[in-house]
Design a binder for this molecule. Structure first.
Ligand SMILES: [Fe+2]
Length: 318
């Protein structure tokens, strides 16, 4: 099997541009995941983000995790627990409105750094969407525009801050159970020392190798719909680890606005597929998320089918 794709974005504006664009195309079409280096966020800045995230976990989250998750999951556990994840998380929303000053227990320095982190990642996400447009033959800005709702509130963007502490019984519980991501494009800054993230490729679980100061990118369900399956969201999971100091991961989700209408780009729909009714559905993003929240850990195909059925036979609400 080919190696997990690592792409040097720093070379994009040099003589190797065509090669880099081809690597991005291959990664999107065949992996649904890739790792970016020289992406514009400096190593020093990422070290600060990592340090503050780990300090915050120790000071404000660890005790709660032990009381609320660890004790519940491990008490007398014999069989595999398929209902809970071995993770400690909180969520920072950046767009359409930031909640960073409302989240309790964050130090001023951490708030400030995370605000800067979000704004750099937002810019990177939008740059990437335009690179995808170029590879797909869509006009520049198409994907960003597709994420805007009719009242142009813009995309939703947020960061799930997760810590995966060492787990004494990894055979009984996953760090995070297998799923595809619902949204648009996901940018992940993960711990550089502890692994655990895996994706499903050709029916085999493949490690996403921890690579210092890289950003892992993956495709969400909405990009699969807009590209009409040219790019696919891919199942991934996190295995709990027994040793070390635990793993940190910051997953930032650049998603459509809640009222955005999502549908395949007409340029990417072939006539034959249309005739055979093999085209992805059209729906309001919020409706997809309502469904996703109840079936996140199940296969995505029935979700697409359900959205298709809902579009064909709308349920009367009056
Ligand atoms: Fe995910």
């Amino acid at each position: 099997m080919a190696d997990f794709p690592v792409i040097d974005l720093g070379k994009l504006n040099g003589p190797e541009r065509a090669t880099i664009m081809a690597q991005i195309e291959d990664a999107c079409a065949n992996w649904g995941f890739f790792e970016l280096v020289n992406h514009g966020l400096s190593p020093e800045f990422l070290d600060t983000v990592e340090r503050l995230t780990k300090e915050h976990y120790k000071e404000c989250m660890e005790q709660k995790f032990k009381e609320q998750v660890a004790s519940k999951v491990l008490e007398g556990a014999q069989a595999e627990n398929t209902e809970t994840d071995w993770e400690s998380t909180f969520f920072l929303r950046h767009l359409p409105q930031s909640n960073i000053y409302e989240v309790p227990d964050l130090k001023d320095e951490y708030r400030k750094v995370m605000k800067e982190f979000a704004s750099k990642l937002e810019k990177l996400a939008e740059e990437l969407l335009d690179l995808l447009c170029e590879n797909l033959g869509l006009e520049k800005g198409y994907l960003k525009k597709a994420f805007y709702g009719p009242v142009a509130k813009g995309p939703t963007f947020g960061t799930k801050v997760s810590n995966y502490p060492p787990c004494p019984k990894p055979e009984l519980i996953k760090g995070l159970r297998a799923h595809t991501d619902a949204g648009g494009i996901i940018l992940l800054f993960q711990d550089d020392k502890v692994s655990g993230l895996q994706l499903l490729k050709d029916d085999k679980w493949v490690d996403v190798p921890p690579l210092r100061h890289s950003i892992v990118i993956n495709i969400g369900d909405q990009l699969e719909v807009i590209t009409n399956g040219k790019y696919k969201s891919v199942l991934h999971r996190v295995n709990a680890q027994t040793d070390g100091n635990g793993r940190m991961s910051l997953a930032s989700f650049y998603n459509p606005g809640s009222d955005a209408v999502i549908y395949p780009a007409p340029e990417l729909v072939e006539k034959e597929a249309e005739e055979k009714n093999q085209v992805y559905p059209k729906f309001v993003f919020e409706d997809y998320m309502k469904l996703y929240s109840t079936v996140k850990f199940q296969a995505k195909e029935p979700r697409f089918e359900a959205m298709k059925a809902a579009a064909v036979a709308p349920i009367a609400t009056t």
